[in-house]
Design a protein around this ligand. Structure first.
Ligand code: FNR
Length: 363
């Protein structure tokens, strides 16, 4: 195989390797997939204002997230059912994140349990939570994650119902029978039935609590001491409410464009959310990050760090743990180079003045 030189190349390799039903589930966005393209396109409309003649012989990319020191502001977003990509699935991702010195977020719908992922060795891990109608299920799962050493909850708030992903409907997407949603195995909720449309959409309609509201963010704080990141904020109004509800942080996310189509790209929504949060809690971003330059742009617009979703499942499919490691390394190298070429030696030196957006007034 020709050498992979950037993150995006893994998508084509994954497409060739994976069954169509699995590839489509990983790759798709909702409906017209306008937001899916926009998540990438919006980055390309942000340009640099690099500073020159600064000694960039030493670059420090380290940062602290919720008090945990990591090697770079590039982390792993929760993506469901990773064993469809590779037999080692979430184990491989956990090891790759740990080797890179960064954070992995494990999906509620992982094909490996919180205990299994913890057993791969040390590492800083967050747990992504979907709130089920049965709150005993939620309470149990949160307790298990905490006991397994997970450090924070990423509460997904953009999925009261599943977005309409037409490829999954056409393919009658369902979790392959040899796999289970491992966190729910003992609770009789680990299997997904075949449906007339998307099996996942039916599962969500049956199990996920559509009544979820801000008061539940407060309820969650009564059942765990883990800090809570609210994942799926796109407006300043909701950023303010997240602060009021006691969230420890916000993730600006449109769920990889898989939920509501025609929401803006996350990089376009970021600045308003940062303003809404008023520096009271950190703001993170996911969606369409494929280059080190994207990471830099997000930080320049006020993000404290970013998460990647699809690059993990595509590189897993291509090369397992080595693939995920390579994705993290390529992004790290590109980000370091971007910092050097724009005259920034540490994350705090990255400022709004290092970029120009289409909504800026001329200098
Ligand atoms: C996701 N995402 C997601 N989010 C979540 O909160 N729980 C989940 O189980 C999943 N599962 C999932 C599966 C797949 C295949 C994808 C592509 C995405 C959304 C994910 O956490 C993140 O928001 C996006 O993936 C970020 O966008 P990019 O990096 O994929 O463009």
């Amino acid at each position: 195989m020709e050498e992979v030189t950037n993150v995006t190349e893994y998508q084509e390799i994954a497409k060739k390797k994976l069954p169509k039903m699995v590839y489509d589930y990983y790759a798709s966005g909702a409906e017209d997939q306008w937001t899916l393209a926009e998540n990438r396109n919006a980055f390309s409309r942000i340009l640099f204002r690099p500073r020159i003649l600064i000694d960039v012989s030493k670059i420090d990319m380290t940062t602290t997230v919720l008090g945990f020191k990591i090697s770079m502001p590039i982390m792993i977003a929760p993506t469901a059912m990773q064993k469809m990509a590779h037999p080692e699935g979430e184990y491989a991702t956990a090891r790759a994140a740990s080797a890179a010195g960064t954070i992995m977020t494990l999906s509620s719908w992982a094909t490996s349990s919180v205990e299994e992922v913890a057993s791969t060795g040390p590492g800083i891990r967050f747990f992504q939570l979907y709130v089920y109608k049965d709150r005993n299920v939620v309470a149990q799962l949160v307790r298990r994650a905490e006991r397994a050493g997970f450090k924070a909850i990423a509460l997904t708030v953009d999925t009261p119902r599943l977005g309409r992903r037409e490829a999954d409907i056409k393919n009658r997407f369902v979790l392959p029978p040899f796999l289970t949603l491992k966190n729910f195995e003992g609770l009789d909720l680990g299997k997904m039935d075949q449906a007339n449309d998307s099996g996942l959409a039916s599962y969500v309609a049956g199990q996920i609590d559509r009544t979820l509201s801000w008061k539940d963010v407060q309820w969650l704080q009564t059942i765990t001491s883990m800090p809570i990141l609210v994942k799926g904020v796109l407006t300043a109004e909701d950023a303010r409410l997240a602060v009021q509800a006691g969230a420890a942080g916000i993730i600006v996310s449109n769920h990889g464009a898989r939920q509501l189509d025609y929401v803006p790209a996350t990089i376009s929504a970021l600045e308003e959310v940062v303003k809404g949060a008023q520096g009271r809690i950190p703001v993170f971003l996911d969606g369409g990050v494929r280059r080190g330059t994207d990471v830099f742009k997000a930080l320049a617009l006020g993000a404290s760090g970013i998460f990647i979703g699809r690059p993990v499942v595509f590189s897993l499919a291509a090369e397992g743990e080595a693939g995920v490691k390579k994705v993290l390394q390529m992004l790290r190298d590109e980000f370091e180079l971007t910092m050097a070429l724009s005259g920034c030696r540490s994350l705090k030196e990255i400022t709004r003045n290092h970029i120009v957006t289409e909504w800026d007034t001329p200098h």
